[in-house]
Design a protein around this ligand. Structure first.
Ligand code: ADP
Ligand code: MG
Length: 249
């Protein structure tokens, strides 16, 4: 389970106009998340939506310790993230928007191997994980290919394989559909459904709710850094108009 309690995050917005950071004239510290308490049980498929700037990326970056809370706590499977960053990063797989910016190697297999290698696994164990992760995203046998020659959808699947190779209990994807065409989007979504069926918790951050609510157990919508909607998708969609998210057709 991933759990936040009273999570508040403020970004440093630089000095305000008179340099004293205390009068709220646009500078100082701006709360991107305010008192967010959320429990994501094991095995859940959660869709996290919200308008641009509502705090989605900020929230998920707390799940593996990329950000540190200003107030409140974040735990992964019972352990505070800040107490054991390695554990959090092993248990929470993260796939970012624009995977092209996140690849660390030229070929598919080398990139997917990077995480497991850093866990200190031996070569055979790394190879086994790479093979399984590529198979899970239907890229088996393509480990030798250059990433820059792949389509956007294939690159996204390689990014997901890179996260899967860490064998995470929880998989978090921040806007994975950005820049994908319709077939690629459908393929990535189908793979996420498969992973979810096999027991991985999935947190899918997206502002585009087409087709993602059918497999979801739950829809959470952020507005101005707070949880504005939280419930089973069929009920939660009723409240979407008020929080700046388009209802799917
Ligand atoms: P979303 O992912 O929902 O679009 P973000 O979590 O990226 O929202 O941003 C939430 C708020 O925090 C926005 O107001 C955004 O401008 C601000 N913000 C995000 N990243 C930074 C940063 N690195 N420095 C300052 N402000 C930021
Ligand atoms: Mg974002």
């Amino acid at each position: 389970m991933i759990e936040t309690r009273g999570l508040t995050h403020r970004y440093d917005a630089g000095p305000d106009s008179d340099g004293d950071n205390d009068d709220g004239d646009g500078g100082g510290r701006v709360a991107a998340l305010a008192d967010v308490s959320l429990r994501i049980p094991d095995g859940e498929f959660l869709v996290l939506a919200g308008a641009n700037g509502s705090g989605k990326s900020t929230l998920v970056r707390h799940f593996n310790g990329l950000l540190t809370p200003d107030e409140g706590t974040v735990t992964v499977d019972g352990t505070p993230v800040g107490d054991d960053l390695v554990a959090a990063r092993t248990r929470v797989g993260m796939v970012f928007q624009e995977p092209r910016d996140c690849f660390v190697a030229a070929t598919v297999a080398a990139d997917v191997a990077f995480g497991p290698e850093n866990l200190g696994l031996d070569r055979a164990a790394v190879d086994a994980r790479v093979e399984a992760a590529l198979a899970a995203v239907e890229m088996a046998g393509r480990g030798g290919e250059r990433i820059d020659r792949l389509s956007g959808g294939e690159q996204e699947r390689v990014a997901i394989a890179g996260a899967l190779a860490m064998e995470p209990a929880h998989l978090v994807l921040d806007e994975p559909f950005a820049g994908l065409d319709e077939p690629a989007r459908a393929s990535v979504l189908a793979h996420l459904r498969g992973l979810h069926r096999n027991g991985t918790s999935v947190v899918l951050v997206t502002h585009d709710l087409r087709d993602v609510l059918a497999p979801a157990d739950r829809l959470v919508v952020l507005a101005d850094g707070e949880v504005a909607v939280d419930g089973p998708p069929a009920e939660a969609v009723e409240a979407l108009g008020e929080v700046g998210v388009r209802r799917p057709d």
